[in-house]
Design a protein around this ligand. Structure first.
Ligand code: C5P
Length: 221
């Protein structure tokens, strides 16, 4: 019972659903490595903006993704609305997605105890064999409110309407794109956090993960 089995968890869902906070908690609790895959797309988007390139330029974006400077993952500007918007634009290009795919898979494969990855296509494309898949969502107004408060706390000058409009625009772009659109994997557990705080969401996620682990132990007798 105490012998550790590797555990790979895929967490997907729309912008500002609380996936990141939940994923970090899960990673801490089960002693797993954590990768915020949105940060990779944000880094590509930010690098494009800083180089004066158009995020809609598929070839330039792919080149940027192939030569991504990983130092950008620590950049404070990564969390801005602008970087998020540029991220969802570069994320539409198949070449960009292909360039980031190996990095994500290697991360999951090389983590000794296993890993938690959060994004939009983890359960469907990046790690279709993940042990547990969660699709975390919440109503757009609730997500916008959370993101708005976060940005205000960081001293950003934004209006709620602006944040709500961007959340909706980003959802639409992420769900409608041809390559790896955001959607729940058929075997994902849906977690609607509209009426949940992070503690309740974490409890619900733990129940799902623990049930999976209990089943797996049972299978092995
Ligand atoms: O999760 P986050 O808001 O940081 O993601 C920024 C953008 O990166 C998303 O709007 C989405 O377009 C893109 N993304 C993606 N696939 C992932 C993670 C993020 O397309 N696995």
């Amino acid at each position: 019972m105490t012998s550790k089995q590797r555990l790979v968890i895929a967490i997907d869902g729309p912008a500002a659903a609380g996936k990141g906070t939940l994923a970090r908690r899960i990673a801490d609790h089960y002693d797993l490595a954590f990768l915020d895959t949105g940060a990779l797309y944000r880094a590509v988007g930010l690098a494009m903006l800083r180089s004066g390139l158009d995020p809609d330029d598929a070839e330039a974006a792919e080149r940027m993704a192939r030569n991504l400077d990983l130092k950008l993952l620590e950049d404070p500007e990564l969390r801005t609305l602008k970087a998020g918007e540029a991220a969802s634009k570069v994320a539409r290009h198949a070449g960009v997605r292909a360039a980031l795919l190996d990095f994500q898979r290697d991360f999951a494969r090389n983590a000794p105890n296993g890993a938690v990855l959060d994004g939009r296509d983890i359960g469907t494309v990046v790690l279709p064999d993940a042990d547990v898949k969660l699709f975390v969502t919440a109503r757009a107004e609730v997500r916008a409110e959370r993101r708005y408060r976060e940005l205000k706390e960081q001293g950003k000058d934004v209006s709620f309407e602006e944040v709500l409009a961007q959340v909706k625009e980003r959802d639409a772009r992420d769900a409608a794109r041809a390559t790896a659109p955001m959607k729940p994997a058929p075997d994902a557990h849906l977690l609607d956090t509209s009426e949940m705080d992070i503690c309740a969401a974490f409890r619900a996620a733990r129940e799902i993960i623990d049930a999976h682990m209990a089943g797996r132990t049972g299978e092995r007798g």
